[in-house]
Design a protein. Structure first.
Length: 374
């Protein structure tokens, strides 16, 4: 899984004086503008899958063959692209933290050679990867756009072609110094995105942050929503992120305190409590509240996230939330579960104390939450 190679390089064209000319054409006047170069990293996913005896599975070399069948990529308006395929290509349900480290490392290693990166990725865990990478790629000044599809590139009807082409164009033509997801017709901040549909071509949403861009007949990028290019250009720095003992727990009427008690055992370091509405729980259940309180006192970080995808935690809006706050639970604001998991992994990897982790969880580090003035 960890070996990779640039498998195919397409040198397509170059530009001169705003008009596009073929690479081999002589530039007799003016200064030739440097063509944009985009690196496509293919990690796998439905986009490059074919049917096997047990269902769809990723196929090595498939993407390269399919790209060769896309004449639009040779259009003079398209950038020069290089494709790096991972070995093996994977269904993203199999992605591991080692793969995130490899991806971040590959982007950093080739950072100076390209104007932007397009990461082909399965949709199942795309939002997790898009949430982890912003914590790992510090000082990012170029677009890193994850995309994939609900139907393989080889199908007659598919969403793969448009997703891929538009992601390449966005990465080449716009100033987007962020990790994003382009899917359907939306460009979303990666650490705000979540997979919301298993069947729609609009498979991702960003419930608490507006799209960074949209693709209709016109491509639009809303620069006021996009993060600023880092002012001090120190280059890209890769921050490590390691597996941590963290878990999620969804509340429901009739939830078993015994089960919760079992989850809240060491080596657990943090629990994401998926609560009701504004951040409420079964406050009249003394056993439940005591269990939460004891875990907090024992140094386990309990982070409150709402089961509602839209809106933010308001822990003291109701008595049923204030009880959790008094027990030591901290607000997760309007983070997605994917972003909260990535942030917890990132913070615990830095060996912070539970108290420092709680403090950092309240701050917006990479665009993952909306800081509210309290
Ligand atoms: N199982 C696939 C994956 O995540 C689903 C997809 O790509 O749409 O790799």
């Amino acid at each position: 899984m960890l070996c990779s190679s640039i498998q195919c390089r397409r040198t397509l064209n170059t530009q001169r004086n705003n008009s596009v000319v073929n690479k081999n054409q002589r530039v007799s006047q003016g200064v030739a503008k440097q063509m944009k170069k985009i690196c496509i990293i293919n990690t796998g996913g439905t986009i490059g899958m074919a049917a096997g005896p047990d269902g769809l599975r990723p196929e090595a070399g498939f993407i390269e063959k399919q790209l060769a069948l896309m004449p639009e990529l040779n259009n003079p308006s398209m950038p020069q692209i290089a494709v790096q395929e991972y070995d093996p290509v994977i269904d993203s349900s199999n992605i591991q933290i080692a793969d995130w480290l490899k991806l971040a490392g590959d982007i950093a290693r080739q950072y100076d050679q390209f104007d932007g990166f397009v990461v082909m990725h399965g949709t199942d865990t795309m939002a997790y990867t898009a949430s982890a990478l912003p914590f790992m790629l510090r000082g990012l000044g170029k677009p890193v756009i994850l995309t994939g599809s609900q139907l393989p590139l080889g199908e007659v009807r598919n969403d793969a072609r448009e997703n891929l082409k538009t992601a390449i164009i966005l990465a080449a033509q716009y100033v987007i110094p962020e990790v994003c997801i382009y899917f359907g017709d939306q460009l979303l901040r990666g650490c705000r995105a979540t997979k919301c549909s298993a069947s729609s071509f609009n498979a991702f949403s960003s419930p608490n942050y507006p799209p960074l861009g949209t693709a209709g007949t016109e491509l639009e990028v809303f620069q006021d929503r996009v993060r600023q290019v880092p002012q001090v250009v120190n280059g890209l720095k890769v921050e490590s992120l390691q597996q941590q003992e963290i878990a999620t727990f969804r509340l429901f009427p009739g939830v078993s305190v015994e089960v919760l008690e079992n989850v809240l055992q060491r080596p657990l370091k943090a629990l994401i409590l998926e609560s009701f509405g504004d951040g409420n729980g079964p406050a009249c259940n003394r056993g439940f509240v005591e269990c939460i309180q004891q875990a907090c006192q024992a140094g386990i970080v309990i982070l409150n996230l709402s089961q509602c995808s839209h809106g933010s935690i308001r822990q003291t809006a109701y008595e049923t939330g204030t009880v959790l706050q008094k027990a030591g639970v901290v607000s997760g604001h309007d983070m997605t579960v994917e972003a909260a998991l990535a942030k917890l992994m990132y913070l615990f990897t830095r060996d912070l104390s539970a108290e420092d982790v709680k403090t950092e969880l309240q701050r917006n580090l990479v665009g993952e939450l909306t800081e509210t003035v309290t």
